[in-house]
Design a protein around this ligand. Sequence first.
Ligand code: PMT
Length: 400
Amino acid sequence: MQLASKRILLIIGGGIAAYKSLFLIRRLRDQGAEVRCILTSGGAQFVTPLSVSALSEQPVYQDLFSLTEEAEMGHIRLSREADLIVVAPATANLMARMASGLADDLATTCLLASSAPILLAPAMNGYMWAHPATQENRQRLAARGLGFVGPEAGDLACGEVATGRMAEPEEILAAIVAKLNPSAGPLAGKKILVTAGPTREALDPVRYVSNHSSGKQGFAIASALTALGAQVTLVAGPVSLPTPQGVKRLDVESADDMLAACLTALPVDAAICAAAVADWKADIPPNKMKKTGDGLPVIAWQQNPDILATICQQTNRPALVVGFAAETENVVEYAQAKRQRKGCDWILANDVSAERGVFGGDSNQVHLIDQDGVETWPQLDKTAVAQRLAERIARKLVQQ
Ligand code: PMT
């Protein structure tokens, strides 16, 4: 009974995958959860209120303006009493309305009126899922801390083979359990340090140099590790991303600040260095540099500390240290050398040439390099890279 006394509000959207949500209701109830359901008008085209009500043994809520439903259970109470809201299937339309903050039916109103964690199981045609509009919406929702399970690649109801299938009920159940009960996850009790974003190195009291790292990859890793139960400290350079739920965040500016923050977070079981740390810092003059005639300013550079290498050299070195290698040529070869030089266990090499759009973009293609060799992963959404990495880390730490 992994969900005893938990209240789940399940929103069933309008897609053929709605039938899987009937199985999900049963699995949730097997685990002791109380399941209340909202059936959207689209959802009701695929499954009947009677089936939903019979399986949940609860009334089904469909109408924002129903006097009967409102008298039985006001929509605010419906959303407030939930420990978790699950949207399955989450259609492209529902995701777009959620991303825009619309409240034009019972489902979107409850979603907007709740502070409960939200988990989405998207399901739609592959082109709809891949469309930039849907991907932007997914990104916006993920940045607000909403969780996703799936979609998966495979045969779709429309006859195409693509990514868009709703995750299976068992998988959604596992994601719900992990979301509600992180201490049941495989990384429960493990402390993990993650660095993310750029550093900013002052040139004088008003100017700085930095890079284009958005922090997306590191934040996604922090979020995925937390979902598996880890206690995550995220040391973040200057980025404009919300803190993932359950993560302890330390904001820093320069490489020196980042190193100091990382050292205060030790000891940890694992450290993942995804930050794009500036290699050099400038000798900072006390006053703003002035434009003088035709002369260019002379900046004296110094080497910044190497945070990844320093963590690896600590007497209380984490059992697993993972770095990233941002390369624009000889990607794997240079990353292998970097892994040796810095002393980390794994390094994820990514090609950050401008045309790849990795810095600041939503997807990444990495090669995981360890002492045994190189494993090339496909081009994936950064959240999917993070999930895959988090699962690998969990397997590694559990083995030890
Ligand atoms: O933030 P996003 O927009 O999502 O982009 C993600 C990313 C491209 C920033 C990320 O995937 C990535 O590649 N991060 C590492 C960037 C980098 O600084 O790579 P590097 O090859 O210069 O450094 C190698 C490793 O040493 C990295 O783990 C880095 O964190 C670390 N390092 C580097 C320099 C330094 N002074 N201290 C360090 O710890």
